[in-house]
Design a protein around this ligand. Structure first.
Ligand SMILES: Cc1ncc(COP(=O)(O)O)c(C=O)c1O
Length: 411
């Protein structure tokens, strides 16, 4: 038998393709590898609810298993769930999406982010991404062959993209603008004026607006405003959403995309080959979440609201100035007064006081000088974490000669 081998002088290409090899690992995960090996850490690092999924939603998932619903659903997802989503979107945005042609159920909002980039991008196409932003966007643009073009957002203008920065970033290769409000990591939300300005930018430049609104039900000031409430942008808008955050369902892995039929059909094609359908029991649970889960979403939102006021009050008092978050469950204080870099701050806080936060740079270069603290943690844990952060900041103030803040008191 003839055995074929490569000639001695030739070696195969590396096993991992260059794009993947060059991709940096997620800054959040890297930091969490440090946390796992330690005892007694208070973590303000995780981006998921500390609540468990409301029991009646779990029961709906269990019931679907007990009833033998253990097969695939349609590739687009259970029609009953798409119909519930259409009703939910109509109730929250005033606009109707067709459950057959305009909605696709995905494995978390994460899969929807991946699908839309793979649907839109040819090699070298550009996507405008705000900085700081959720870690997956630039990575998934790159994996789809595109180029993320980052624009800075800053606390002085509420971490919203400015029109002049958008105008400067757009080029003939730009295909899309990727936004996420309420925002991870800054907690910023957009006003109606800002939303209209962005919609105008997108339609004038004939771009696709990808709006990840997974945190929209967790809005604390005023009514949540979805881009889907603007009919003018409808044909340019791909809305991404999911059950992980507001319904405390991270482990169920369920999200959805709503948008123009041509884009949803193309996304469905990729999803069909790569995924088939999201877990069936999770889809049944999500029907229950949309039908009967509003009370629990509201009580979790009220609890986050208490914590957000508590944590931002204390961070500001101790000189780690921050914008009061308007949505999601993150606060993004400046740590510039300590003279430490984001990475140093996070590593030393963990080492010296056993509190985990995420360095702002995990979310992009503009995150330098900031840390992300999640308040999806009990008030007791937050109180203790804040005491430790204050002690840490005081240690560093005494070395820089700055005066210490007034003592810790409940607001
Ligand atoms: C802005 C944003 N979008 C999407 C996701 C992923 O959500 P899912 O669990 O639905 O995949 C996250 C998770 O942290 C997020 O913060």
């Amino acid at each position: 038998m003839k055995v074929s081998t490569l000639p001695q002088t030739q070696s195969r290409k590396p096993r991992v393709n260059q794009t993947v090899a060059d991709l940096p690992p997620s800054g959040i995960r890297r930091f969490f590898d440090l946390v796992v090996s330690r005892q007694g850490v208070i973590s303000l690092g995780v981006g998921e609810p500390d609540f468990v999924t409301p029991w009646h939603i779990c029961e709906a998932g269990i019931h679907s298993l007990e009833s033998g619903r253990t097969s695939y659903t349609s590739n687009s997802g259970l029609l009953a769930l798409r119909e519930e989503i259409a009703q939910y979107l109509e109730a929250t945005t005033g606009n109707r999406y067709d459950p057959v042609k305009e909605i696709l159920i995905t494995v978390g909002a994460s899969e929807a982010v991946d699908l839309i980039f793979r649907t839109l991008l040819e090699p070298g196409d550009e996507v405008i991404v705000i900085d700081p932003s959720f870690v997956a966007y630039p990575a998934l643009v790159t994996l789809a062959g595109g180029i993320p073009v980052r624009i800075a957002t800053r606390p002085e203008y509420g971490f919203a993209p400015r029109r002049e920065d958008l105008d400067r970033a757009v080029s003939p290769r730009t295909r899309a603008l990727m936004l996420n409000y309420p925002n991870n990591p800054t907690g910023a939300a957009l006003s109606r004026d800002q939303i209209e300005e962005i919609a105008d930018f997108v339609t004038r430049n004939d771009l696709i607006l990808i709006s990840d609104e997974i945190y929209l039900p967790l809005t604390y000031e005023g009514d949540p405003i979805s881009f889907a409430s603007l009919p003018a942008v409808r044909n340019h808008l791909v809305l991404l959403h999911g059950f992980s955050k507001a319904w405390a369902m991270t482990g169920w892995r369920l999200g959805f995309a709503a948008g123009p039929p041509d884009l949803i059909a193309a996304m469905t094609k990729i999803h069909q080959y790569a995924i088939m359908c999201p877990p069936t029991m999770a889809q049944h649970a999500a029907v229950e979440a949309l039908k009967n889960g509003h009370k629990e979403v509201e009580s979790m939102r009220l609890e986050y609201d208490r914590r957000r006021r508590f944590i931002s009050h204390h961070l500001n008092r101790m000189g780690l100035t921050c914008m009061i978050p308007q949505g999601a469950f993150y606060v993004f204080p400046s740590i510039q007064s300590t003279g430490l870099s984001s990475q140093e701050f996070a590593e030393r806080l963990l080492d010296e006081y056993n509190v985990a936060v995420v360095p702002g740079t995990a979310f992009g270069e503009c995150g330098e000088g900031y840390i992300r603290c999640s308040y999806a943690t009990s008030l007791d844990a937050l109180r203790e974490a804040l005491r430790r952060i204050e002690a840490f900041v005081t240690d560093h103030r005494s070395t820089t000669g700055e005066t210490n803040p007034p003592p810790f008191r409940e607001p």
